[in-house]
Ligand binder design. Structure first.
Ligand SMILES: C[S@@+](CC[C@H](N)C(=O)[O-])C[C@H]1O[C@@H](n2cnc3c(N)ncnc32)[C@H](O)[C@@H]1O
Length: 216
C-alpha cells in the first residue's frame, strides 16, 4: 500500500511533497502533514481508484513513464505518491509542455519531455526501464502506442494503466465495442481490471494490466 495516498473526510488525497504549493488550484487539507485533494472529476486515475475502491498500484520509489502528461494535473499526484522515484512526463504540445514545466518546476521528481508517444525512439535516451507505464492520450491508435512503449521501457511484470477514450477512436459507434476492439490490439499483457469511468468521464475505460513479454 502507498502510504502517501489517504482518504480524508471521504476525499481521496495525496500527501503534498511541497507543502504550501498547489499545482492547479486544488483544495488542500492540513493535518500533521498537508494533503492535496485528488478529485475523480479532474483525473481519470482518481476516478479509476474511486470506482474500484483500490489504492494506487505504485510504490514510493517507482519510476513511471507518463504518456500525455498535459499540464500535470494527474502527474503531480503521482509525484506525491513517488517522492523517492521519478515520473518521465511525455507531452506532444509545446505550449502545454511549457505550462507543465512552469507548474512543476519545484517538483524535482517530474521530468517534462517534449515527445511524440508514437515515436519512442525520439525520447529513449532520457528514459530508463520503468516500473509503470501510464497512458492518457487522445489518439486513434492508443493500443499501438501502448505496445510500442511497453516493449521499449516497461519491466516484465510492470503495471500498465491505460485510459481508453472511445470518442478519440470513433465519434459515433457503440463506445463499449470500440473500446473492446482496442483492448484486443494490446500485446503481451495480462488484464487485471477494466473499469468504465461513466458517468465521471463519459465513454472512457480505465485498464490496469501487467506486462508479460514472451520468453525468448
Ligand atoms: C486527455 S489529455 C491528458 C490529461 C492528463 N493525463 C491528466 O490527467 O492530467 C491528453 C494529452 O495527450 C497529449 N498528446 C496527444 N497526442 C500525443 C502524442 N502523440 N504524444 C504525446 N502526447 C500527446 C495532448 O497534447 C494532451 O495534453
Amino acid at each position: 500500500m502507498n502510504r502517501y495516498y489517504k482518504e480524508i473526510d471521504g476525499k481521496p488525497t495525496t500527501q503534498n511533497q511541497l507543502p504550501g504549493e498547489t499545482v492547479y488550484g486544488e483544495e488542500t487539507i492540513k493535518k500533521t502533514n498537508e494533503y492535496r485533494v485528488w478529485k475523480p472529476e479532474r483525473s481519470k486515475y482518481a476516478a479509476m481508484l474511486e470506482k474500484t475502491n483500490q489504492k494506487p498500484p505504485i510504490k514510493p520509489n517507482d519510476k513511471t513513464l507518463y504518456l500525455g502528461a498535459a499540464s500535470g494535473t494527474t502527474a503531480s499526484h503521482l509525484s506525491d505518491l513517488q517522492p523517492e522515484g521519478t515520473i518521465y512526463c511525455i507531452e506532444y504540445s509545446p505550449r502545454t509542455l511549457q505550462d507543465l514545466t512552469k507548474k512543476c518546476k519545484n517538483r524535482k521528481n517530474m521530468i517534462p519531455i517534449h515527445g511524440d508517444a508514437n515515436k519512442p525512439q525520439t525520447y529513449q535516451k532520457y528514459i530508463p526501464i520503468v516500473d509503470n507505464l501510464y497512458q492518457d492520450i487522445t489518439q486513434k491508435n492508443q493500443a499501438e502506442i501502448t505496445n510500442k512503449n511497453t516493449e521499449k521501457f516497461l519491466k516484465p511484470g510492470g503495471n500498465i494503466i491505460l485510459m481508453i477514450k472511445a470518442r478519440s477512436i470513433d465519434i459515433t459507434g457503440n463506445a463499449e465495442k470500440i473500446i473492446e476492439k482496442e483492448i484486443q490490439k494490446l500485446q503481451n499483457i495480462e488484464i487485471k481490471q477494466k473499469t468504465p469511468l461513466n458517468p465521471i468521464h463519459t465513454d472512457h475505460m480505465a485498464i490496469h494490466a501487467k506486462y508479460k513479454p514472451k520468453q525468448p
